[in-house]
Design a protein. Structure first.
Length: 194
């Protein structure tokens, strides 16, 4: 089983990255192969709106550090996306990455029921960490992205959220969310091997 983990935080010891790491470590114990990409360490541009991926190419026309990441996503069984909540949304790094996934849509996605160039049946874990303690805050983030995840053909989509993650590394003392990350890996990976 292949897992690709895409980290959207610019911070060292980032809470979202720690949770993604907990998930991936547990998955590796179960035999998964993990590739991790820290977006803040890569050089890439956002989508240029050139539509080459809809007219001439099957992939994004830009050739930069995201080229390898997008190709890895095409080949993975489970995609892990981890981001802090910045200014009521995912980080700018994660948003720019997500915009580049426009290349995963078929040219006639507006008029066909199957939008995606990705193989169906992939699984996804969406990790969000926030400073805000209110568990009812920012539900729109997952709802917005979940729509596209489903259109891309992801079938088992899980969300992991950490609250009051004020300082780098704070989630390490939140036993509940750390256990949720490990348990989610066990559920997704073991089910694949059954």
């Amino acid at each position: 089983m292949k897992i690709v983990s895409v980290l959207g935080s610019p911070r060292k010891n980032a809470n979202s990255s720690i949770l993604a790491g907990r998930f991936c470590t547990e998955a590796q114990k179960l035999g998964a192969e993990v590739k991790t990409f820290s977006l803040n360490k890569l050089e890439y541009r956002g989508c240029q709106g050139c539509y080459a991926c809809k007219t001439k190419l099957e992939a994004c026309a830009l050739k930069d550090d995201l080229t390898e990441v997008l190709e890895a996503v095409r080949e993975t069984d489970i995609l892990v996306l981890a981001s802090p909540v910045y200014f009521w949304d995912v980080s700018a790094q994660m948003k720019a990455f997500f915009d580049r996934t426009f290349s995963f849509l078929v040219p006639d996605f507006h008029s066909t029921p199957n939008w995606s160039r990705l193989a169906p049946g992939k699984k996804l874990v969406f990790i969000l960490t926030q400073n805000n303690a209110d568990r009812n805050s920012f539900p729109h983030i997952f709802q917005k992205f979940d729509y596209f995840f489903r259109r891309f053909g992801f079938t088992d989509i899980r969300q992991i959220r950490a609250f009051e993650a004020k300082e780098p590394g704070a989630v390490e003392s939140d036993r509940e969310v750390m256990e949720l990350a490990a348990r989610t890996a066990q559920e997704l990976c073991v089910r694949d091997y059954d």
